[in-house]
Design a protein around this ligand. Structure first.
Ligand SMILES: O=C(O)c1cc(=O)[nH]c(=O)n1[C@@H]1O[C@H](COP(=O)(O)O)[C@@H](O)[C@H]1O
Length: 272
């Protein structure tokens, strides 16, 4: 999916919501555990309930690969079930020496046909560029993450005066264009979006941390939105585990719709 197509979807649905499919057997409603593939059955019903309110789905790969071959199968079925006009993110946080990164890229872009994959930038140029060699595919590079430990390295000032996340934003722009690169910025660091936008005014940002981690959607939009929205805000647990009863899909729909309604107002306010 191109940047223009993604923006069209955002305008059409009045939403920049990404639903995170962090599907955990210990958290899904017990009545699904007797089905043949509980992970896929859960995802299918979540997708049916939320597809009208979001523009992206982000399965976190850890939740699937921890189940071995069966987990990969559930992931593949989930990916195939997602409507084709919805952006897909393999949240895999990969990145390795060049020939290994190329294999990761093949896994997610050719074998599985995701639109994008999250990548850790810290092994540098040759660990990221193999992911950028695929038409219409995106790399979502970790810049400033939502977790507490994100401060351990990412905020450190380098000898050139930039903080590490600022160096990631600057350097990586030599490797790919705004039509290939997005950055991860945690919603828990909304005020930092002003700094992020100094270095990456036009890029799309994937912003996780709304919902269970307490990030504030209104602040994210205020500091982070640009003239083509430029934001995909993710919520996983806040949506998919809104209930673990038989009404889980209905409650997930309510949670997604509530965020979408708030996004509609924010788009009207900040999209210039
Ligand atoms: O790359 C990510 O998606 C990510 C980056 C980050 O800085 N923080 C973060 O929470 N995430 C992911 O976003 C999701 C957040 O889930 P919830 O906290 O349940 O909404 C998880 O899949 C995390 O792995």
């Amino acid at each position: 999916m191109t940047r223009k197509e993604l923006f069209e979807q955002i305008k059409k649905k009045e939403s920049f919501l990404c639903v995170g499919l962090d599907t955990d057997l210990s958290k899904i409603p017990p009545h699904l555990l007797d089905t043949k593939d509980p992970i896929f059955e859960f995802n299918k019903q979540i997708i049916d309930a939320t597809a009208d309110y979001c523009v992206a789905y982000k399965p976190n790969i850890a939740f699937y690969e921890c189940l071995g071959a069966k987990g990969w199968e559930s992931l593949q079925k989930t990916l195939e079930y997602i409507p084709k006009d919805i952006f897909t993110i393999a949240d895999a946080k990969r990145g390795d020496i060049g020939n290994t990164s190329r294999m990761y890229a093949q896994a997610f872009f050719e074998n599985m046909n995701f639109d994008s994959v999250t990548v850790a930038p810290y092994m540098g140029n040759d660990s990221v560029t193999p992911f950028l060699e695929f038409d219409n595919k995106w790399v979502i590079l970790l810049a400033l993450t939502s977790n507490q430990g994100g401060l351990d390295f990412q905020m450190h000032e380098l000898t050139n005066g930039k903080r590490l996340f600022e160096e990631v934003l600057t350097k990586s722009q030599e490797w790919g264009s705004t039509d290939q690169l997005m950055y991860v910025v945690g919603a828990t660091r909304a005020e930092s979006l002003l700094d992020i936008r100094k270095y990456a005014p036009d890029h799309f940002l994937l912003v996780p941390g709304v919902g269970a981690q307490g990030g504030d959607l209104a602040s994210v939009a205020k500091y982070g939105m640009n003239d083509h929205c430029g934001l995909l805000v993710n919520s996983s647990r806040g949506i998919i585990y809104a209930s673990n009863g038989e009404d889980f899909d209905e409650q997930a729909q309510n949670a997604a719709q509530t965020l979408q309604q708030e996004m509609k107002v924010l788009l009207a306010e900040y999209l210039k």
